[in-house]
Design a protein around this ligand. Structure first.
Ligand code: SAM
Ligand code: DTB
Ligand code: SF4
Length: 331
């Protein structure tokens, strides 16, 4: 085992296969070592999600409760008003979140009054001293620039799975569309948050291919969310079996080794994990979570539960804008 401390973006698929397929304890030890060399190992970023526009989406993402074409029983909601968003943001800041991520069930951003309102949200949340993140679907270069000018810190746009498996999960847009938005975000100087989902019916090879795509980008994403599928009744993936914890650990550990300095986020799926299972994910290099009782539409552990977990495991919340404080720019 050689520990890499310098970030590389020339990983080969074969190298990634060798890392991913190591004996599990070896892999976790390797990832934990890389994590300790590159990051403060006991520090975890606490992010809060808010669904600012819920449901009614025109896309056909097979996992998603918000796609209009599936009957999932969620409460559809038009774009929120600024004061409502700000009151959620203040609560998140008070509870100790340092990143606030606003999600909209849109295929893409359109240049209309709704977008102007989102720009207003970004400006206002920024004033609360939190890192502001959005996930709004596809963006043009011009829209990315407007978000950056409004003070957007990060943009979440997931690749979800491998290029090969993508068509099995989503038919209403392509992998190339996703990559193009990511390029627009990068060019606008916004921090990139990009990851995927485990448990869509993909093979280990698909997971390796997705990690390869992420780890060979000219610059690694600053954040890599690893979601366990939350299977939703009414979606095509409603009968998918619960994701094996060892698959999550393997995925997180490999992401940590490939992208040593990225924030690897243990994202959707924590509500059905035990504390011991989450602890394994932190040991394997996860250093970010979504906190607060709801993700976008599904339940998540509440702040009190997570505070108790942090205390038990000796973890500490990471401060906002840490890279800037240290004089290292995220982009
Ligand atoms: N509409 C925008 C888009 O697709 O980029 C933003 C919101 S979308 C809900 C954000 C991400 O949430 C998706 O890319 C997917 O990775 C994740 N997600 C959605 N439903 C999920 C589920 N049931 N389980 C796990 N992750 C999910
Ligand atoms: C990400 O990777 N996971 C979050 C966030 N980015 C936007 C979303 C998870 C959604 C889980 C299903 C739901 O609550 O609707
Ligand atoms: Fe869900 Fe986003 Fe896909 Fe719409 S584009 S169905 S909100 S994941």
């Amino acid at each position: 085992m050689t520990i890499q401390s310098k970030s590389r973006n020339n990983w080969t698929v074969e190298e990634i296969e060798n890392i991913y397929n190591q004996p599990l304890m070896e892999l976790v030890f390797h990832a934990a070592s890389v994590h300790r060399q590159n990051n403060q190992y006991n520090e975890v970023q606490v992010c809060t999600l808010l669904s600012i526009k819920t449901g009614g989406c025109s896309e056909d993402c097979a996992y998603c409760p918000q796609a209009a074409r599936y009957t999932t029983g969620i409460d559809v909601h038009a774009l929120m008003q600024t004061d409502e968003v700000l009151s959620y943001a203040r609560k998140a800041a008070e509870a100790g979140s340092t990143r606030f991520c606003m999600g909209a069930a849109w295929r893409e951003v359109r240049d209309n009054r709704d977008f102007d309102r989102v720009l207003e949200f970004v400006k206002e949340v920024n004033k609360l001293g939190m890192e502001v993140c959005c996930t709004l679907g596809m963006l043009t270069g011009d829209q990315a620039k407007k978000l950056a000018d409004a003070g957007l810190y990060a943009y979440n746009h997931n690749l979800d799975t491998s290029p090969e498996y993508y068509g099995e999960i989503i038919s209403t847009r392509t992998y190339a569309d996703r990559l193009q938005t990511l390029e627009h975000v990068r060019k606008a100087g916004i921090s990139v948050c990009c990851g995927g989902i485990v448990g869509l019916g993909e093979t280990h090879h698909d997971r390796i291919q997705m990690l390869h795509t992420l780890a060979t980008m000219p610059e690694h994403p600053e954040s890599v969310p690893i979601n366990a599928l939350v299977s939703i009744k009414g979606t095509p993936l409603e009968n998918q079996p619960k994701v094996d914890i060892w698959d999550m650990v393997r995925m997180i550990a490999t992401a940590r080794i490939l992208m040593p300095k990225a924030m690897v986020r243990l994202s959707a799926g924590r509500a059905s994990m035990s504390l011991a299972e989450q602890a394994l994910c932190f040991m394997a290099g996860a250093n970010s979570i979504f906190a607060g009782e709801k993700l976008l539409t599904t339940p998540n552990p509440d702040f009190e539960e997570d505070n108790a977990m942090f205390e038990l495991l000796g973890l500490q919340p990471r401060v906002a804008f840490k890279e800037e404080h240290a004089g290292i720019h995220a982009h």
